[in-house]
Design a protein around this ligand. Sequence first.
Ligand code: PGA
Length: 239
Amino acid sequence: MRKLVGGNWKMNCRMETLRSLADLDARAFDGVDSFLAIPHVYIPICRDFLPESISVCAQDISEFESGAYTGEVGGAMLAEFGVRYAIIGHSERRANCGETNMQISQKLTSALKHSIQPILCIGEPAEVRVSKRHLGFLEEQFNECTDNMADVEIDVAYEPIWAIGASKTASREQICEVIQRIRTLMANRRIRGRVIYGGSVCRENAAEVAKIKGLDGVLVGNASLGRDFEDIACEFADA
Ligand code: PGA
């Protein structure tokens, strides 16, 4: 299975950011599946700038199908603009927009309905990790988010909140322990998909992260905004 290297631009985008994609060496992405998660408003034009091999990802998807939901963007709309992936349940949306596991479960259902590949984000806060309750916490998050689902394909991103936008990633042991548990949880629900890691992956540590056994890829925030993203993709193509 090819590794998945996704970038999440968050709310860091202007036209000049899209124009800077012209600097990317498209061949760097030939050996992986890749996407960039771009703010909704830029989705219709981003294809003019993205290398062919990089898919378009949404940073969120509404749990509603259509109707009186001011400000929401639904799966049918995203699918019409060629969106292949959607990040669902990112910790920043859980924290800043109060997204609940139940809403996230509805968002997963909507993405699957519109043939958009969901990237479900789960991850524990620092205090849960420190008190060694992370496995139980992640199990509850995963099970509530995937309630009533079976025989579907969902990629799962383990993103410990304490490692996002930080100066270092989770350790190899920490990542290995969690990906093993996530695979068991997925198997229990007959959910297929990749298990990836996100949290301060950058050009400097990508080679180390790529060596982690059983890891199917990465979700990259800050370092996806420039040419470092290309170097990260190369590390995973070789892995
Ligand atoms: P970071 O973000 O790579 O900047 O830590 C990761 C993410 O939020 O997905």
